[in-house]
Design a protein around this ligand. Structure first.
Ligand code: NDP
Ligand code: A1CAB
Length: 270
């Protein structure tokens, strides 16, 4: 399936590029129907080279020709973007914001028009069509429009509609989550190197282990706790390692880390 809607990305950084790459690979959107804007000119040129998308330095002109406006700048830059675009955005326009913490109400109030605001929390695995996205809608979006937006994110992974008051937790879980897994991978590699493996072997085995474990979770639909037990032989090597994690209270560390992410999401919230 292909859609002919024109998408305009304001902010063409890491997350926007993951979404664009996913959409182009999935063939849902043709690159010529995507326009990118960014304050960093080099980044804009690199994006155009990489994905064969169009670029626009003038936000106003690009908004006029687009069906969906993606807001993909950092939360701190959102108020400036509202100032730049509010006179060009027409009543009834559709805006999809992926910014952590920024509420649909804040966007509606800042644009000061009846604009359709969809808030999404995607994650970077969208780059390989394995993203996880939560979506919710503002006051001026119909259920049908929200479902259409969901289709866009389903082309780059899994997507689900959730209440907006769950977005801080979702941001801490799936938005930031890939970084926790990459961190674990990095630590496993480092430990294996210290224990005697060369860097290339440590990387290859750590990466395939995390990929295989993720695929097992997905395919077997067996809870993580059960899969963990299957690896753990009585009085074996896994038990020895897991006992150390438990003694060091890894559960509390993870809970505290994720509550720090929730706290920051609320702090960014407007
Ligand atoms: N990275 C991730 O994994 C995820 C990110 N998000 C959300 O996505 C958004 C973008 O994050 P990310 O892609 O990581 O950030 P990046 O910094 O990689 O990209 C944002 C880009 O927007 C540019 N920018 C700043 N102000 C403007 C402006 N007024 N007009 C146009 N472009 C502007 C930035 O330039 P400069 O660097 O000079 O400021 C930067 O190039 C954030 O709100 C974040 O919360 C959501 C889910 C996951
Ligand atoms: O770190 C952040 O603030 C953004 C939101 C979720 C992932 N990256």
């Amino acid at each position: 399936m292909e859609i002919s809607k024109k998408l305009f990305f304001i902010g063409s950084g890491n997350m926007a590029q993951a979404i664009i790459s996913g959409l182009v690979q999935s063939k849902l959107v043709r690159p010529e129907n995507i326009v990118c804007n960014d304050v960093v000119k080099d980044k804009l040129e690199a994006v155009a080279q990489k994905f064969a998308v169009a670029i626009a330095e003038n936000k106003g002109e690009a908004i006029i020709g687009s069906d969906i406006i993606f807001l993909s700048v950092k939360p701190q830059n959102m108020p400036q973007v509202f100032e730049e675009i509010k006179h060009f955005v027409k009543k009834g326009a559709i805006i999809i914001s992926i910014a952590a913490g920024i509420t649909t109400k804040f966007i509606e109030d800042s644009i000061a028009k009846e604009v359709g605001v969809i808030r999404a929390m995607p994650n970077t695995p969208a780059l390989v069509l394995e993203g996880t996205t939560a979506l919710c809608k503002g006051r001026y979006v119909s259920d049908e429009q929200l479902i259409k937006a969901k289709t866009l994110f389903e082309a780059i992974g899994k997507a689900e509609i959730l209440p907006e008051d769950k977005f801080d937790v979702i941001t801490a879980l799936s938005g930031s989550g890939p970084a926790y897994v990459f961190y674990l991978c990095e630590l496993m590699q480092k430990a294996a190197e210290k224990l005697g493996l060369d860097a290339a072997t440590a990387e290859k085995f750590a990466v395939q282990t995390i990929y295989g474990a993720g695929k097992m979770l997905d395919i077997t639909k067996t809870p993580a706790a059960k899969l963990k037990e299957i690896v753990k032989s009585p009085n074996g090597t896994t038990e020895a390692a897991l006992k150390h994690f438990e003694a060091q209270k890894l559960e509390e560390i993870v809970e505290k880390a994720m509550s720090e992410a929730v706290r920051r999401s609320k702090e960014l919230s407007r």
